[in-house]
Design a protein around this ligand. Structure first.
Ligand code: XIL
Length: 384
């Protein structure tokens, strides 16, 4: 009797389990999201690299939960800050390589495509550079910086952002210290310098707002002039600090087509999508902008606890549409990198207004995959 009773119980239980499995499998993602791939990089591996910018704690392996997301989901890394001039060479010829060495080692250990960001950039530069007025002196420092970094990581860093943000919004050249002291030719010179020290690394031009018509035109002109003058340039990095509705998919597509026509690969290098109101009319990522008068303003920080479902869906749809477009142009795109791993540490919590709660990435503050992640993972893939 007892024996029979047990057998019946086991049978009943196994029927329930089978039923649950069948519901999961045939729900087509409506009840429970069943992603066929286990990770983002795996999903897109036939088309382009997928990566993230990583911060110091992640480089030093102090953030276990982020590190496991990184290892599982990404096959390319960018250094969020540790390779920037102010950190790596704060004083003339005094280099600090501890963090950048660990960053590169992390990439090597995990067989990832390693990005160097950024050799020449007017922001986050060492103070001493800002006071140099003499072109020969500045060129010596530029040469020393580029040759030291590129040689140290020769054969290890796969792509260098040689120049970051050299353009104004109207497409003219930005009046950076480099332009002011060295003149227009600095662009061609620094690309040639980087190539000289590692001829097999890919060399990129990186900037924000490259889906805005005027700036896109300026970038095309810049790339064409590098090409005409015999400087090597392999790719253009569209930073992609975007909003829910801007730039439009049409403008993004126009940029993909326009840049690839020049013979360079297109990369989306700093993808994140802000869901918060913006304090100014112009979009972008000018890091020096900081709207102090808005700090603590509740209107500017509407979701301090969590993101309402309707907004989660909007973000997911935006990501889905963007990745559909990336897949449509998969042979023109070589890399898609998110600017951060989880919402918790996104720079958009503190820029352009400090102390807000933003939700721009695919993993939430509890390191969980968001709706946007699942939408991307459930995209139908092209047949070829
Ligand atoms: C940002 C970092 O994420 C922040 O931590 C830092 O305080 C400022 O810079 N464009 C770039 C990146 O090329 O290097 C910037 O990164 C974001 C805008």
């Amino acid at each position: 009797m007892i024996f029979n009773y047990r057998i019946n119980k086991v049978k009943k239980l196994s029927k329930i389990i089978t039923l649950i499995i069948i519901i999961c499998l045939f729900s087509n993602g409506n009840f429970i999201k069943v992603s066929k791939n286990s990770s983002l990089s795996e999903k897109f591996k036939n088309y382009f690299f997928v990566g993230a910018a990583i911060n110091k704690d992640q480089i030093l392996q102090k953030d276990e939960k982020s590190n496991s997301i990184i290892k599982q989901n990404f096959n390319t890394l960018s250094p969020e800050n540790v390779m920037k001039w102010m950190f790596i060479q704060p004083k003339p010829n005094i280099f600090y390589f501890d963090d950048s060495d660990k960053y590169v080692q992390f990439g090597l250990d995990n067989n990832m495509h390693i990005v160097g960001h950024a050799l020449i950039w007017h922001s986050q530069i060492a103070d001493f550079m800002n006071s140099i007025k003499d072109s020969t002196e500045m060129m010596q420092h530029v040469n020393n910086h580029i040759s030291t970094l590129v040689n140290r990581y020769k054969g290890k860093v796969d792509t260098w952002d040689v120049v970051n943000e050299a353009l104004n919004e109207d497409g003219t050249l930005r009046e950076s210290i480099f332009l002011k002291v060295l003149g227009e030719n600095y662009l061609e010179t620094v690309y040639k310098m980087a190539e000289k020290h590692d001829s097999s690394a890919d060399l990129a031009y990186n900037d924000y707002n490259l889906c805005e018509p005027k700036k896109r035109k300026g970038a095309i002109k810049l790339i064409e002039s590098l090409q005409k003058n015999g400087a090597k340039i392999n790719s253009v990095g569209i930073q992609a600090h975007w909003q829910l509705t801007s730039p439009s998919l049409e403008e993004i597509e126009t940029s993909i087509l326009a840049f690839s026509k020049l013979g360079v690969k297109v990369m989306f290098t700093e993808l994140d999508i802000s869901v918060l109101p913006s304090p100014w009319d112009e979009n972008g990522a000018e890091v020096s902008q900081n709207f102090k008068n808005f700090e603590g303003d509740k209107k500017m920080n509407p979701f301090p606890k969590n993101l309402p479902n309707s907004m989660k869906t909007k973000l997911a749809e935006r990501y889905e549409n963007i990745f559909k477009l990336f897949l449509k142009h998969k042979e023109k795109i070589s890399r898609v990198t998110f600017w951060g791993v989880t919402d918790k540490f996104s720079w958009l919590n503190d820029w352009p207004i400090k102390g807000r709660t933003n939700y721009p990435l695919l993993f939430d503050r509890n390191y969980k995959e968001k709706k946007a992640y699942h939408r991307i993972m459930n995209l139908n893939m092209p047949n070829n």
